[in-house]
Design a protein around this ligand. Structure first.
Ligand code: ZN
Length: 461
């Protein structure tokens, strides 16, 4: 049996038409058409390194302590006392190969990882220039194709292809920061989402109100027009299509080389989402909204008998125990997720009770610990700073436009959600309540509203 896992970077489930979003990605859709799509899958920390370290160790970020992308809050690389997916499979006799973006905090132990290099490729589209992210993907695809062509190993293969796009969108903001005229392109401008206009910001927790002061990219878009934001969506889709066609090239080569046989499982996901201009926000930082925490999760290929979508909550923590289950390996009781492999044969999603996600800091310049818990159609967030709370009824308000935390008619719900979060914090030995908040008031000197932002952001100071 072979398992091929594709990971993209910064692909929100809500971007894809498969999840009700605006963009169609043919290769991703084809995987979904030949397998099972998980409707409500959450990442456990909407930032690259913590999400990836959590995914590959099967543990919440607060357990393996990979809490940031580095810099002012450097992380201690994960040691051998933590579970590691690659190691579990390698010690069971599998060949474990990883291609592309690592940013794993040491969690890819057990995989033979290809070098992270770049190959410059040409692009004649001035509206959507390439940066190092796309060049890294070009190298990753070359390396993967050459590995597949040459492979003679008889062992079962666990292969991860980690593509960085649509993450090139972050660099695209740098090219288009501040007031600017958009470079015209061939094609239609996407519409802004229903929650682009954001009149509820005063009800949000303080670190969310001032993302523009803590996040370089959010600061760079404060003067953007609606037209500029629509170009952001067009660019996001452009980089998504690049990743989609890169994945298709790998899938085609794997099929023609005989790597995909009757028992092969193909998994598709992303490390976290993107704000997609919701609330006037871009990329990701601090918040735990649907756009940044909900990721696509698809099980496909000949090993999957069922077709359609699996209802019910799941999270990226489930991937490790699920792959152990599919491969018939011993379960590991240290893992925080659940084996959901039953959905591959058409069983219902196992009852999770709840899913949780968390935030600490991006680079350590500001630190805004926050926690999210979803139970049924309710979603509750808490931030340590100012004891800020958010509550949404996702059935009535799927795009989180009205914070119900202070609505007296929801007082019983909020009480239940608080209790559930505390129980999760206790049960998973989360040091949440003892974490520090780090904010310099100088960075919040303007009236609330991302478009009112002035001055440098925290990392620039
Ligand atoms: Zn600001």
């Amino acid at each position: 049996m072979n398992i091929i896992v594709f990971v993209m970077d910064q692909l929100s489930a809500l971007a894809l038409d498969l999840y009700g979003g605006p963009f169609h990605a043919p290769a991703i859709s084809s995987l979904a058409g030949n397998g099972v799509l998980v409707e409500d899958a959450y990442c456990n920390y909407p930032l690259c390194q913590p999400s990836r370290a959590s995914l590959w160790t099967g543990q919440y970020p607060h357990r393996n302590r990979v809490w940031s992308n580095g810099r002012k809050w450097p992380i201690t690389p994960i040691d051998s006392s933590f579970p590691a997916l690659g190691e579990a499979f390698a010690s069971a006799g599998w060949e474990c190969r990883h291609f592309g973006k690592k940013h794993d905090g040491g969690a890819l132990r057990g995989f033979i990882c290809s070098a992270e290099e770049k190959r410059k490729i040409g692009n004649d589209n001035d509206a959507f220039p390439y940066n190092m992210d796309t060049y890294a993907d070009a190298y990753t695809v070359d390396e993967t194709l050459s590995f597949i062509k040459k492979r003679r190993d008889e062992r079962p293969l666990l292969m991860v292809v980690d593509l960085i796009n649509p993450h090139n969108i972050c660099g695209w903001i740098g090219v288009n920061k501040g007031p600017h005229e958009d470079v015209p392109f061939d094609g239609e401008l996407p519409q802004l989402p229903v929650n682009f206009h954001f009149d509820d910001i005063a009800s949000r927790p303080l670190p969310v109100q001032y993302i523009c002061c803590s996040h370089v990219r959010q600061g760079q878009v404060s003067a953007w027009t609606e037209e500029n934001y629509r170009h952001y969506l067009a660019a996001y889709n452009y980089y998504l299509q690049r990743a989609d066609s890169d994945m298709k090239r790998v899938l085609d080569e794997a099929a023609s080389a005989g790597l995909i046989d009757d028992e092969t499982l193909i998994v598709f996901t992303s490390d976290h989402g993107d704000n997609l201009t919701s609330r006037g926000a871009v990329t990701k930082q601090v918040s735990l909204y649907e756009e940044v925490t909900r990721v696509p999760l698809i099980f496909s290929g000949p090993a999957v008998k069922a077709r359609g979508s699996a209802e019910g909550l799941a999270s990226l923590l489930d991937l490790f125990p699920t792959l152990l289950g599919v491969a018939g390996l011993e379960p590991d009781e240290r893992l925080d997720g659940m084996d959901i492999s039953g959905i591959l044969d058409g069983s219902a999603m196992p009852e999770h009770g709840y899913v949780a996600s968390e935030w600490f800091t991006e680079w350590g310049y500001t630190i805004s610990p926050g926690r999210m818990i979803r139970i049924g159609h309710y979603k509750y967030m808490h931030y340590l700073e100012g004891d800020g709370e958010e509550l949404y009824d996702l059935e009535k308000d799927p795009r989180e436009m009205k914070n119900l935390a202070k609505d007296p008619s929801y007082s019983a719900v909020i009480e239940e959600m608080r209790t559930a979060l505390e129980r999760h914090i206790d049960r998973s030995a989360d040091p949440y309540h003892s974490l520090e908040v780090k904010v310099d008031k100088r960075w919040r000197s303007h009236p609330v509203g991302y478009h009112r932002h002035e001055g440098p952001t925290a990392p620039e100071v």
